[in-house]
Design a protein around this ligand. Structure first.
Ligand code: 2DT
Ligand code: MG
Length: 209
């Protein structure tokens, strides 16, 4: 059986990731395609609830501890993602280990250290980075109340995405997300469709191994 693809949407806050990924998901469901949508952090598990508390500043953790929890949150769902893929269902994910690395390294922690806990996760077939500059992001209604939602921090995150993009040029597509919501969706859908076709008979690899 043809396997499903693992497709990640990445980008700074207000880049339109969540809007676009839901549109793509709904279009695919309407066409009767096998597709599953998820996101990280996945806030409902026990680990996810601790992460949620940290993001809302109701609890405090060291930079290292929260980094490991974000990674653990991916590992607690990794087998389920693999099951979907092996059963022919493509998985669309709003943020993944690239957010994990970019957001922690933006605090000044070592990039290789940041990658370590995520080594071995299912490797994505495609990363779609929705790219907007901080000014455009700000014009979209500014950042919210959660930890990290500050212009200076987001600028740092965007720089780290550039670095990750260079390392992953085989799977990474950068998309100018300053276009309108309606313009963006068909372009993203094309990338998704092509990837689903091209990875059907490829083995699932492991990230950063
Ligand atoms: P959302 O706004 O998408 O819910 O994300 N983050 C996310 C990390 O610092 N490390 C991670 O591994 C992941 C997946 C990005 C909430 C915030 O959590 C950050 C924004
Ligand atoms: Mg957010």
């Amino acid at each position: 059986m043809a396997r499903g693809a693992l497709i990640i949407f990445e980008g700074v806050d207000r880049s339109g990731k969540s809007t676009q990924i839901k549109r793509i998901f709904n279009q695919m469901v309407n066409k009767g395609e096998n597709v599953h949508l998820t996101r990280f952090p996945e806030r409902t598990s026990e680990i996810g609830q601790t992460i949620n508390g940290y993001l809302k500043s109701s609890n405090d953790l060291s930079d290292q501890a929260i980094h490991l929890l974000f990674s653990a949150n991916r590992w607690e769902h990794a087998q389920s993602i693999l099951n979907y893929m092996n059963n022919g269902t493509s998985v669309l994910v709003d943020r993944y280990a690239f957010s994990g690395v970019a957001f922690t390294a933006a605090k000044g922690l070592d990039l290789e250290w940041c990658k370590n806990p995520d080594r071995g996760l299912p490797k994505p077939d495609l990363v779609l980075q929705l790219d907007v500059d901080e000014e455009t992001a700000k014009k979209r209604g500014g950042f919210g109340e959660e930890r990290y939602e500050k212009v200076e921090f987001q600028r740092q995150v965007r720089k780290l995405y550039s670095q990750l993009r260079e390392e992953h040029s085989d799977i990474w597509k950068i998309i100018d997300a300053s276009a309108s919501v309606d313009e963006l969706t068909p372009a993203l859908q094309n990338h998704v469709d092509e990837t689903i076709k091209s990875c059907q008979n490829k083995d699932i690899e492991k990230l950063w191994i």
